[in-house]
Write a protein that binds this ligand. Structure first.
Ligand code: COA
Length: 260
């Protein structure tokens, strides 16, 4: 089924998903969230996809938030369902993808837009990016994981400041805070993300998936992250990628990983 609000482009193992509602600054309405859910399922199932890049269309915005016009008249129950559905379909789904996901933050990343970037594994921002959680200015709080993921990335004090002031920070400040991994001029954003993706793709897809599961386990209150690491580490000894990686080392050649 084709997508109405997404562009999908494949390039040698890198799949770029572009959220395409530029006249609404790529705001996330429920239709777009459903499409992203489907696009993530497709990417996870496709062995040819090794790394995902998520970005927004146009020069101005990554994603300017959840679609305020869509939820402005919601009831208490509808509001709760909006948040729960979003977590399940998109934000948790993104965080637990089996392949590395890079957010190419090409402009405003506000509210749900910053929450989307934070649910990706790595963030690269262009110099014009502006990041913030403005929900309290709307009489809300972040409902797509922002209260949790922001504090994990930048610490509780800075997260509280961003939440309380509803203000935007510039890309260089976000870099200083550890909210983004790199900042580059806008015309180099795609190249920087591709460079990272190419470096990642040299490595075992099986091991990358295990690394994502192990790191994420440490943020799941019901799971012992170190114990999960032991299990994931052990399981990898039974994989073809491990055999190939160690054999290639011994034979002084580059490993050719196929994934398991
Ligand atoms: N939801 C719905 N529509 C949005 C949106 C959002 N989160 N963010 C931007 N848009 C729409 C605007 O309503 C406008 O549509 P219109 O032309 O049909 O009126 C269009 O995108 C362009 O936005 P505009 O506000 O004119 O651009 P700007 O450059 O003057 O301001 C922002 C840019 C990002 C500062 C401003 O759009 C904004 O504050 N957006 C909301 C951010 C927010 O609170 N996000 C959290 C939501 S929970």
């Amino acid at each position: 089924m084709p997508f109405n609000n997404l562009f999908i482009a494949d390039n040698e193992g890198i799949r770029t998903i572009t959220i395409n509602r530029p006249d609404q600054l790529n705001a996330l309405d429920r239709g777009t969230i459903d499409e992203l859910d489907r696009a993530l399922l497709d990417a996870d199932a496709d062995k040819n996809v090794r790394v995902l890049i998520i970005t927004g269309s146009g020069p101005k915005a990554f994603v300017a938030g959840a679609d305020i016009k869509e939820f402005a008249h919601f009831s208490v129950d509808e509001g709760k369902a909006l948040s729960a559905d979003g977590h399940r379909k998109l934000f948790d789904h993104m965080e637990h993808m089996s392949k590395p996901v890079i957010a190419a933050v090409n402009g405003f990343a506000l509210g749900g837009g910053l929450e989307l970037a934070m649910s990706c594994h790595i963030r690269v921002a262009s110099e014009n990016a502006r990041l913030g959680l403005p929900e309290v200015s709307l009489g809300l709080i972040p409902g797509y994981g922002g209260t949790q993921r922001l504090a994990r990335l930048v610490g509780r004090g800075k997260a509280m400041e961003m939440l309380f002031t509803a203000g935007m920070i510039k890309a260089d400040e976000a870099l200083q805070w550890g909210l983004v991994n790199h900042v580059v001029p806008q015309d180099q954003l795609s190249a920087k993300c591709t460079e990272l993706a190419v470096a990642i793709m040299k490595n075992s897809p099986t091991a990358l998936a295990a690394a994502i599961r192990a790191v994420n386990a440490g943020y799941d209150p019901g799971t012992n992250g170190l114990q999960r690491e032991i299990e994931e580490f052990g399981k990898l000894f039974g994989t073809a990628d491990f055999k190939e990686g160690t054999r290639a080392f011994m034979e002084k050649r580059k490993a050719e990983f196929k994934g398991n």
